[in-house]
Design a protein around this ligand. Structure first.
Ligand code: FMN
Length: 271
């Protein structure tokens, strides 16, 4: 299947054939493809929790607004990330690179991630987002449908899958055979609203005060989480208060200080 066709035909499916069984070989193929997704510094921090225990699936469904995909899909992946993968034998991530490259990379990884909980979390979410789309497009090419999901209680699901303290859950990906067509695409924004040429227009309206307050609250939460890790619930590395803000910020806050550019040595591309 052509990539363009897979992209156009992938839809979020709500009803799966509960009797269809995906094979172990298909799961391996899907996850092997997902594992080729890019990650910054190649830290490969995603962890794919495949839930095939029916009782556990039921328990997770009960924490997921009773959404049927959780039990009826052939495959339920709880897409997680290890926030501390960067410090766990990082030489593995550059094992096949030239010595000069890995000698540069290892201290660079440490400098980039150490003591920066926000960076660790942001990178994890970025990587999981990319891996999620890889899984969904690969599934489509393999004759399957899928649904990404975050409609669930993150802390409860973390407990159910015994999520380690230094991991977070990004989302679920369910994969299976659709039994009902998705509803028509609900409304795609025109490209000219999404495409910004070079810079944002300085005349565009400033973000609403309540949006800025939500953004600020999230930033404060991160600072608190860093200073007081015990404020977490003891289950997930995800700070309790850092659950999704009710109103999604429409605009990103201006960065106070320009973050240091990540060193991108030429050799990285060659590795
Ligand atoms: C991060 C994320 C979380 C989502 N959570 C759910 C969910 O919990 N339940 C659900 O039915 N769909 C969920 N969706 C699917 C969206 O509703 C869907 O992607 C959107 O309506 C666009 O439709 P399409 O994927 O068919 O193009 C989620 C999508 C994303 C990206």
């Amino acid at each position: 299947m052509k990539t363009q066709k897979a992209i156009k035909e992938r839809r979020s499916i709500k009803h799966f054939d509960a009797d269809h069984e995906i094979t172990a070989e298909e799961i391996e193929e899907l996850l092997s493809l997902a594992a080729l997704s890019p990650t910054a510094f190649n830290v490969q921090h995603w962890r794919f929790v495949v839930v095939d225990d029916p009782a556990l699936r039921q328990a997770i469904r009960a924490q997921s607004w009773d959404q049927a995909q959780v039990t009826d899909a052939s495959l339920l992946i709880v897409l997680c990330a290890d926030l501390k993968a960067w410090e766990k034998q990082p030489e593995r991530y550059w094992a096949n690179a030239d010595a000069a490259v890995s000698e540069f990379m290892l201290p660079a990884i440490k400098a980039y991630y150490a003591n920066k909980s926000r960076v660790q979390r942001d990178e994890a979410m970025r990587s999981c987002g990319i891996a999620a789309q890889t899984i969904m497009l690969a599934a489509k090419a393999m004759g399957y449908d899928s649904c990404p999901m975050d409609g669930f209680d993150f802390n409860r699901v973390a407990q159910l899958i015994r999520l380690p303290q230094d991991h977070i859950i990004s989302m679920f990906i369910t994969v299976g055979k659709a039994t009902e067509k998705p509803w028509p695409r609900p409304g795609q924004l025109p490209l000219d609203e999404l495409l910004i040429k070079n810079r944002f227009d300085p005349r565009r309206p400033k973000a609403q005060p309540e949006v800025m307050a939500a953004v600020k609250a999230e930033l404060v939460t991160d600072v608190v989480a860093e200073a007081m890790p015990e404020a977490n619930d003891g289950v997930s590395a995800e700070p309790v208060a850092a659950v999704k803000p009710k109103a999604k910020p429409k605009a990103k806050p201006k960065a106070k200080a320009k973050p240091k550019a990540k060193p991108k040595p030429k050799a990285e591309d060659e590795a």
